[in-house]
Design a protein around this ligand. Structure first.
Ligand code: TRP
Length: 474
């Protein structure tokens, strides 16, 4: 068994490996409950993860406690919860020990999703008739669930809709928050389809120390930044949960249906809730799931419940949609498809994502050209060498260099980016020069955003947020 070379699992049969995994899972749980030494827990978790990867390689299935391997090759949709493994990725926290950032290939295995490979990128180009967005060309959107089905249907003249969202935890948004919206806007344009955007002010109220009024106000303020991304008002519905939930019988009916078909045990497994979490948190996932079903929006879809939904989001939101995809068939709805993005790294390095609560870790949408320059020069983690002489001799490392990473997100010209990569790697381009290129890319981009946001009036916000019919021909 040559492709099964993890820690001590070579030569095992699927069943033997399964048993080994079960024992290792117990070990990890025991160590955790005894509050054992951190390093010991980490070692045990690493071994568990390696075994899981081997298991998937060997059987084509995700390891699930209580489900021994079967002969049929059905990759499981309901990957394990993300509390194990060296990279921590869940809706509330992202961290890794590697300066290169999260190991996204491992995440695909752990979550049981599929890689966005060149074939899929080519197919998206063929079906949409447009050159793929740089986020697709560069693997920033790197993982998916059921995207081929969406394209199959679209080719057969069956349209779909887009759903994405944002948790409005403050007025301040940073460039990382724009990634899903920039991409969603592109999808809306090339496929010419409707979009619903959920602002989970209720979620932020439940999780943070904020008042309901604050959360709702943040939702409206954030809506302005979202609108400034250029969405078409005739095809886009933006809603605050606090407003829409109470006004839409159809939406609430779906929430209740979902609530009835997911147990406490399941959400504990998926989200790690404990007995001391408030019941609002425990039932919230049903509210984030509901927009995945078209009859939550009868004003848009004329009560149809079978319009397919595609959700572009960062990979940390996947737990919500694993749950959604699990309940969908049980309540008679199609499963939503997904496109997952990587995280936008903090200025200080890719070990974690940008955080809105640390002003120095992020480039905010309100930053002045001068603030952008200072932050990049002062904080952007460099893959360059300590002295110019050394840098010229050995070159820089673009794999850990945050300025280079940001350019891969925002510099559209592939040739220019490749030249920068080569020059930095060879040492021809210095860190200061690389930073200057980034500053010159970010400054006009942020200024343009600020200009567009200024044009967004209260009246326009209302137009986007009123439940209404959208341009949509199914
Ligand atoms: N929970 C998300 C957040 O905190 C917000 C959200 C709601 C979302 N629905 C979504 C994100 C759908 C992506 C896709 O940011």
């Amino acid at each position: 068994m040559t492709d099964c070379e993890g820690d001590g699992s070579a030569g095992l049969t699927p069943l033997e490996l399964y048993e080994k995994l079960t024992v290792q899972g117990d070990t990890v749980r025991a160590l955790k409950s005894q509050k054992a030494d951190k390093a010991d827990i980490e070692t045990a978790v690493k071994l568990l993860l390696a075994l899981k990867v081997d298991y998937k390689k060997l059987t084509g299935q995700d390891y699930k406690a209580g489900c021994p391997p079967t002969n049929v090759e059905i990759p499981s949709d309901n990957g394990p919860a993300s509390e194990e493994g060296d990279d921590l990725v869940n809706p509330w926290a992202v961290s890794t020990s590697s300066a290169k950032g999260v190991d996204y290939d491992k995440l695909i295995v752990r979550f049981g999703s599929s890689k966005i490979d060149q074939e899929l990128v080519d197919r998206i180009e063929r079906v949409s008739g447009q050159r793929a967005h740089r986020f697709l060309r560069r693997g920033i959107f790197f993982s998916h669930r059921d995207m081929h089905q969406v394209l199959d249907a679209y080719e057969n003249k069956k349209s779909f809709y887009l759903y994405t969202g944002r948790g409005p935890s403050s007025e301040a948004m940073h460039v990382g928050h724009l990634i899903p919206f920039i991409f969603t806007k592109w999808l809306q344009d090339v496929f010419d389809i409707p979009l619903v955007i959920q602002l989970t002010d209720d979620e932020k109220y439940l999780w943070k120390d904020l008042t309901l009024e604050d959360c709702h106000r943040f939702a409206v303020e954030n809506a302005k930044d979202i609108i400034a991304c250029g969405f078409d008002v005739n095809k886009t519905f933006i809603f605050s949960d606090l407003d829409y939930m109470g006004s839409s019988p159809s939406f609430y009916r779906n929430v209740v249906k979902i609530q009835k078909h997911v147990t406490f045990n399941q959400v504990k497994g998926i989200f790690g809730f404990t007995d001391s979490d408030c019941i609002g948190k425990i039932s919230f996932p049903a509210i984030q799931a509901a927009p995945s079903f078209s009859n939550s929006f009868p004003q848009i879809f004329n009560d149809r419940k079978d319009v397919m939904c595609l959700i572009p989001c960062a990979i940390d939101q996947d737990p919500y949609f694993r749950m959604t995809r699990d309940v969908a068939p049980r309540i008679g709805y199609p499963k939503p498809a997904l496109l997952h993005s990587t995280f936008f790294p903090a200025l200080q390095g890719a070990q974690t994502k940008m955080s809105a609560s640390d002003a120095n870790s992020s480039i905010f949408l309100t930053d002045t050209p001068k603030q952008i320059k200072t932050k990049v020069n002062k904080y952007a983690f460099s893959g360059g060498k300590d002295t110019i002489e050394e840098h010229r001799k050995y070159g820089g490392n673009t794999e850990v260099d945050v300025s280079f990473m940001y350019l891969t997100f925002f510099l559209d010209d592939d040739e220019q980016l490749e030249k920068i990569r080569q020059d930095y790697t060879s040492g021809a381009l210095l860190t200061g020069e690389l930073k200057k290129l980034l500053i010159e890319t970010l400054q006009p981009m942020i200024s343009a955003h600020q200009e567009r946001r200024k044009q967004v009036t209260e009246d326009m916000v209302k137009q986007f947020m009123v439940p209404r019919k959208l341009d949509f021909n199914y």
